[in-house]
Design a binder for this molecule. Structure first.
Ligand code: CP
Ligand code: NVA
Length: 311
């Protein structure tokens, strides 16, 4: 009898381990193949459920299109249309869905729900964003930078300006894994989770990445090769809007701040952007912005992830 292959989840970007760089390289091959009209049906006959507790434009579209490209079927499910929304447990939902599908993509409010689904599902669970991490986003972001920097991370410096949030957490860990220096500026009260920072520091010792943390945007951006920001108010934090806008005043990525980075430094945002708050129109629409490449690369990066985990 052949032993059953252990299922593999992607809850944190660290779950990709040493496969992170090969996945990024594979995303590049998939992107080139799609441009040439090459059809890869590596997931033919597979079904993947996609549970979204929060809205999504990029993640939902890129997973649906990516699964179709790979020959698989995507089922979009909103908890309000599922028994999950009427009190069926996550564990029971996981056990039932596992009898039908080959993988579950899950966008959750709470990381503990993400972990609960993964615990009870016998098929791979892929985190499509929760309150702790957004791993698929950061795989695409690292792919986008590798396209610009010809696959070389070391010797480059990325700056993060804004909230110590889910995207920031995956970025800290991802940079530590690939050996990319990351200078972060977050205001007091909005720093990244110390457990993520210490996990990243351990990974950075191995990769050689430098991880520095500041409270002044200028300190992080000075000499940077790329500057990354995200919304000040993440989904689920709407009640904190006023307090957050006050705390993040001074953390706007605008022409003045960008002038402190290296000439021609790249500008990144995972989107959706709140123009006029965390980033100005001239910067996000300017020649240094790579935000549309980041968005497109979600498709190629997720196809590479799906082939690895669900294939
Ligand atoms: N960046 C991102 O995940 O966008 P969506 O919320 O539109 O999926
Ligand atoms: N930090 C943002 C990312 C959106 C893709 C949020 O969680 O809403």
């Amino acid at each position: 009898m052949v032993a059953k292959k252990q299922k593999r989840d992607l809850l944190s970007i660290t779950d990709l381990g040493t496969d992170l760089l090969p996945i990024i390289r594979h995303a590049g091959r998939l992107k080139a193949a799609r441009g040439r009209g090459v059809n890869r049906s590596h997931l033919r006959g597979k079904n993947v459920a996609m549970i979204f507790e929060k809205p999504s434009t990029r993640t939902r579209t890129s997973f649906e299109v990516g699964l179709h490209d790979l020959g698989a079927h995507a089922l979009y499910m909103s908890p309000k249309d599922m028994q999950l929304g009427r009190g069926e447990t996550i564990a029971d939902t996981a056990r039932v869905l596992s009898r039908f599908v080959d993988g579950i993509v899950y966008r959750a409010f709470r990381h503990q729900d993400e972990a609960e689904l993964a615990k009870w599902a016998s098929v791979p669970v892929i985190n499509a964003l929760d309150d702790r991490e957004h791993p698929c986003q950061v795989v695409a972001d690292l792919f986008t930078l590798s396209e610009r920097w010809k696959g070389k991370y070391s010797g480059h410096r990325l700056a993060w300006v804004g909230d110590g949030n889910n995207v920031h957490h995956s970025l800290i860990l991802g940079c530590a894994m690939v050996g990319l220096d990351l200078m972060s500026a977050t205001p007091n009260g909005y720093h990244p989770d110390p457990t993520i920072v210490s996990q990243a520091q351990t990974l950075a010792q191995k990769s050689g990445a430098r991880l520095d943390f500041y409270t002044e945007p200028a300190a992080a951006v000075k000499g940077a090769d790329a500057v990354y920001t995200d919304v000040w108010v993440s989904m689920g934090e709407e009640a904190e809007q006023t307090a957050r806008e006050k705390a993040f005043a001074g953390f706007q990525v605008n022409a003045g701040l960008l002038a402190l980075a290296k000439p021609g430094a790249l500008v990144m945002h995972d989107l959706p952007a709140h123009r006029g708050l965390e980033i100005t129109d001239d910067v996000i629409d300017g020649p240094q912005s790579i935000v549309w490449d980041q968005a497109e690369n979600r498709l190629h990066a997720q196809k590479a992830i799906l082939e690895e985990l669900v294939g």
